[in-house]
Design a binder for this molecule. Structure first.
Ligand SMILES: C[S@@+](CC[C@H](N)C(=O)[O-])C[C@H]1O[C@@H](n2cnc3c(N)ncnc32)[C@H](O)[C@@H]1O
Length: 432
């Protein structure tokens, strides 16, 4: 089948790349408008992909895309074996890496070769020496690096270590995302007995409960997910802290499905937010993990946070245990995990809690912070949507879809706020 689509040439795409670079990424003429710069980065990714497509042709490009899972595997494999940590600030031969990690040297050299092509690590002395050194890219796979994404890589990638038994979890065992996505085909088919379909992650690991209960039951998984979320948000949503007037919210802010309080950890580091108070509401196990996290925080921050265990999907408000009558309710990265009907149930429970006390605050506000799908959304948004689907049948909704669900739950949407981030913020008030 052929289509008569206009196909730009490599030269026209390269010219656009040059133009975009000159107007946004030229150090001698920096772009001042940070939102323009943010959007230019997304556009640059698209153009670079288009350039590659045109130059390579559809056959080679498609095979490359299909095989990119092997590059992801190389990244996960090497990170799970803690190769960047073993190398540290020194150099290491493949034999030394093999000895320290316990992995066969051939496996290591093949995975390292894959990553070297992406400029991760440096091969000291040139091609084939198999003596490696960290560089600015492999450095962020190290534990303790200020920009580390080690846990995020572990969370997304699959290694079935010792038949996936959680041995030496922190260093060796990586799974969830990648293993789950390999069960998407099965999860996408109707279940034979017409029961609700289990997400791919359930099929992959063989459990019935929700992924959140499953993870929080195994402390190391819960802890890694918390760290992975922090690392990913720092990369994709770091600007959310700066690009929204959090300090204008009326405290206490009830964070529905607040997890371990990753957002609060970031917000309370900023001087202008120090007067905010939060109540983190989540399932009991996650609240236990959250409390542990906050015991390690400075008292000035920890004293601003309290905790409320419950279940936002429970059939009655009493059973949900959502704190009632508070001025602000925040819900971040929760709704994407649930079907439309479940989203409406959650938001209706929240609305009921908001209005549960007679004479509610007239300024009571719902703040929904979610990744929304747009025409211009980056590759990260699309790949993360695959992760969400695999982990909890999650959906990345468009702005129109999200607003509709908020309204269907009994709210009036006042504003949709766009930021230099994959997330947007929807502000709404309950209709009485
Ligand atoms: C993707 S995490 C988002 C965490 C947090 N809002 C953030 O942005 O870092 C979703 C959260 O919803 C919580 N959750 C799932 N089911 C829940 C339920 N039935 N009641 C309350 N919280 C729930 C999970 O435990 C998890 O912490």
């Amino acid at each position: 089948m052929t289509t008569n689509q206009f196909v730009p040439t490599p030269v026209t795409i390269a010219e656009q790349i040059l133009q975009l670079s000159k107007s946004n990424f030229d150090a001698s003429n920096p772009q001042d408008d940070l939102l323009v710069l943010y959007n230019a980065k997304i556009r640059m990714q698209e153009l670079c992909d288009s350039l590659l497509q045109t130059v390579l042709g559809r056959l080679e490009y498609t095979v490359l895309l299909a095989e990119s899972c092997q590059e992801s595997s190389a990244l996960g494999f090497v990170t799970a074996l803690t190769v960047p940590d073993i190398i540290g600030d020194e150099t290491a031969t493949v034999a030394e890496l093999s000895k320290a990690s316990g992995a066969d040297a051939r496996f290591l050299s093949i995975a390292m070769s894959c990553l070297l092509k992406h400029n991760y690590f440096e091969e000291v002395g040139g091609f084939g020496t198999q003596v490696y050194k960290n560089n600015h890219l492999s450095d962020i796979l190290r534990e303790g690096h200020s920009e580390s994404v080690k846990d995020a890589v572990g969370f997304m990638y699959a290694i079935f270590y010792k038949h996936n038994s959680p041995v030496d979890h922190d260093t060796n065992s990586c799974d969830e995302g990648f293993k789950a996505t390999s069960y998407l085909l099965e999860a996408s088919k109707p279940s034979p007995n017409e029961e609700p379909r289990l997400p791919a992650v359930n099929l992959a690991f063989g459990f019935d409960k929700t992924v959140f209960e499953w993870m929080s039951d195994q402390e190391w998984r819960g802890r890694r997910m918390g760290k992975a979320m922090q690392q990913l948000h720092r990369m994709a949503n770091g600007n959310v802290v700066a690009d929204y007037a959090w300090n204008q919210l009326v405290s206490p802010v009830v964070d529905i499905g607040g997890g371990i309080g990753s957002l609060e950890l970031a917000l309370l580091k900023e001087e202008q937010n120090k007067a905010l108070k939060f109540t983190i509401f989540d399932i009991p196990k996650t609240i236990e993990n959250a409390k542990k996290t906050w015991t390690t925080q400075p008292e000035t921050a920890a004293s601003r946070v309290s905790f409320a265990p419950g279940n936002f999907l429970a059939p009655t408000l009493d059973e949900t245990c959502i704190p009632r009558g508070q001025p602000t309710y925040l819900i971040r990265h929760v709704l994407h995990d649930w079907t439309d009907d479940q989203v409406v149930s959650i938001l209706r429970n929240v609305r009921e809690a908001m209005l549960a006390i007679p004479g509610p605050d007239p300024n009571v506000k719902l703040v929904v912070c979610e990744m929304l799908l747009r025409d211009t959304s980056s590759r990260f948004v699309r790949t993360t949507s695959m992760q969400l689907l695999a982990l909890n049948n999650g959906v990345t909704r468009t702005e129109v879809e999200m607003v509709k669900l908020v309204e269907k739950s009994g709210f009036r949407v006042n504003r949709v706020h766009h930021m230099r981030a994959v997330d947007s913020i929807i502000e709404a008030i309950p209709e009485s």
